[in-house]
Design a protein around this ligand. Sequence first.
Ligand code: FES
Length: 106
Amino acid sequence: MNDEIEPILIGEVDDIDVGSVENFEYDDVNYAIYRLESGFFATEGNCPCAEKTLLSESSIEGEELECPTCGNKFSIVSGDSISDLEQTPLKIFDITEEDGNLYLNI
Ligand code: FES
């Protein structure tokens, strides 16, 4: 088994505006890539509930996202659900910046 983390090139740092989220698909899996005032973050790309809403369609306020389907709020930094404590947290992923490029470490 290979436990090494594989850095995947997402694109250039300037491809994403501060305060926004973009979907990134890799190997048929969606990831949500966020650029906040505090830096870059990545979570799973679909809501963990049965609706599987694409999180790149959510609205961002500070370090929180609001699900466009149900209005539930999650922390983009920790993945924790804020408004519905029963909701499964979002999986979060490490993201790194090098020479103007962004990499997802999965
Ligand atoms: S639709 Fe899943 S949390 Fe909103």
